[in-house]
Design a protein around this ligand. Sequence first.
Ligand SMILES: Cc1cc2nc3c(=O)[nH]c(=O)nc-3n(C[C@H](O)[C@H](O)[C@H](O)COP(=O)(O)O)c2cc1C
Length: 361
Amino acid sequence: MTKSLFESVTIGDLELKNRIAMAPLTRGRAGETRVPNELMAEYYAQRASAGLLISEATVVSAQGNGWIGSPGIYTEEMTAGWRQITERVKEAGGHIFLQMWHCGRASHSDFHDGLLPVSASAVKLNGDMIHTPLGKKEYEVPRPLTIEEIHATVDDYRTAALNAKEAGFSGIEVHSANGYLLNQFLDSKTNLRDDEYGGSPANKYRFLREVLAAVLEVWPSGRVGVRLSPNGVFNDMGSEDFRETYLYVIKELNKLDLGYVHIMDGLAFGFHEKGEAMSLSDFREHYDGVIIGNCGYSKDDAEQRIVEGTADIAAIGRPYISNPDLVERWQNDWPLAPYEDMSLWYTNEAEGYTDYPTYSA
Ligand SMILES: Cc1cc2nc3c(=O)[nH]c(=O)nc-3n(C[C@H](O)[C@H](O)[C@H](O)COP(=O)(O)O)c2cc1C
């Protein structure tokens, strides 16, 4: 029988009602305290008809911060704030995973009382400026983490994973994509280390491997996902040897029996031109478990990935900003509301966040 976007799928022991996931979307509504709030609970509950909600990127430690108003999960207050969200999502019949984040070099000393942001190596993010609490600034050359600090960061992930459990999440997604800390260790453009955390694919993967081992002490493997952006150029990434790195990584991840791997699909936007982009098929060849694909999918693109079997779940990002009932709209072939107005993506307001209506003819 042909698979459909609208049939159920299982990750670990969790049955999802359809194969549409809401992709992680940073929306900056947690304010200066970074404590998740009632407005965010409303937003996620509105979108609970997705088979899986993946939360916005959520920092695992104060050192991980690099975005104004993004939430954290490293204090009791933050954990309690998330609990009201997971409860609302469950009441609305949904499941939500927490995306765990550390910005690494994609941050600024303005977020850290004047201390430099950290990374694998002292490689500056070139190009864009960063919005800090003190204005728009140039990125800085980050400070490489010492080995002791890497171990301490692994501990931060373990604690955050415990907090996520306490907060009532259905699972967690380790964010190792889009040029943030774990991605900075995976890619040779940003990892110039000559210790056991740099050089060979095994060494570049070591930090992610240790983070996964730590969170797997807390969560059953089926409730843990990982996000990768093999072809990504966002945040000034893109390495010549990306194929070698990510083929190694996917073979290693295949040994862990995870809930899923979440891959930014190279056939959509965002891939770099240093060689042919990796596609979901490259990963499928080496991965036996659930694959979530993402990037620029229309309903037809998403359906195609499911039918051909390169993905088991399609993650949808921007359309979810303005279409809380995306599943119902696609199911009924109703038109989508436009989401392109970026001016409302990252404000601190309900406008452009919880005020998008469900479809009415
Ligand atoms: C406003 C906005 C916020 C985003 N925040 C995150 C995030 O927190 N974590 C993450 O992994 N990706 C994030 N992304 C990337 C999306 O998850 C997704 O990969 C991207 O939008 C492409 O999918 P789409 O074409 O369906 O929107 C963000 C994208 C947008 C537009």
